[in-house]
Ligand binder design. Sequence first.
Ligand SMILES: Cc1cc2nc3c(=O)[nH]c(=O)nc-3n(C[C@H](O)[C@H](O)[C@H](O)COP(=O)(O)O)c2cc1C
Length: 311
Amino acid sequence: MARPAIDLSVRVGPLVLPNPVVAASGTFGHGDEVAALCDPAGLGAVTTKSQAPFPWAGNPAPRLHPSAAGMVNAVGLQGPGVDVWLAEDLPPLVARGARVIASVWGFTTDDYVGAAAAVAAAPGVVAVEVNLSCPNLAHGDLVAHDPGATASTVRAVVDATGSVPVLAKLSPNATDVVAVAEAAVGAGAVGLTCVNTVRAFLVDAETRTPALGAGNGGLSGPAVKPIALRVVHDVTRALPGVPVIGTGGVSTGVDAVEMLLAGAVAVGVGTATFRDPRATLRVRDELAAWCGRHGIDRVADLSGALREEPR
Ligand SMILES: Cc1cc2nc3c(=O)[nH]c(=O)nc-3n(C[C@H](O)[C@H](O)[C@H](O)COP(=O)(O)O)c2cc1C
């Protein structure tokens, strides 16, 4: 008798996703640019580029630079502002069947609230993600380091989004990321995305200048996977039952398995999409194949199933 299909569905708090692979914010286009190459309906969800209530030009070029096992970006949250994004970018993505987690950012709590209230009312938005950090903005990362600022920002967003669930995106640069996670959940976040990029700096030896226009940037890709795994493991052990989307350096199905075993319920894929626009779907298929080879019927059974003793 044929083996029943593997159940790839997962729960992220109140959200039920058909599979655990989520396109990470800022790496899947603003609208349907990547979706034209990679069917977003086949993903668990698509987290869209963080939007503020105002247009923002981002950082000076160059904004991306390769690095060993990853890249450093200093895009600086360029965006058209939430009203333009809602009118022009979101509808074609939703029309392709994407379940959209809409990411928002701002300089002030009012900025976050303005963007969050607007996106939460839009058709196709299944959750709002609060980007608490931006390591490559000059004043960035402030909220993400501070449990008090995290709590007040998240609480204000939760109050503004009605029944639409709110996720908080944490920074690996926080000294005590568990304290920030506890603050976010205590303020009403139904889940967490761990992690954003790792603060970084690159030098161009020939020109003796910083390699990126903004100077500092954020490291992502395989180089950050051990850091992301550490945060996911620490946060999920400290906050059992709180759903975490494990993000950072996932580019294969086995990477996804590792993230789930460390405690995540779903997996974000970001930088891998720059090498292969269909990386998210490939990770999903490799994950399913891994489950098949290992006799796993429900991918959700992998979450937190790490044997804590080393071999
Ligand atoms: C070019 C680029 C732009 C990004 N923009 C955002 C963003 O707007 N908001 C956000 O929360 N994270 C942003 N990120 C962070 C990713 O969503 C992800 O958390 C991080 O890159 C780690 O995952 P990865 O190693 O799979 O890329 C960006 C990452 C990259 C590489």
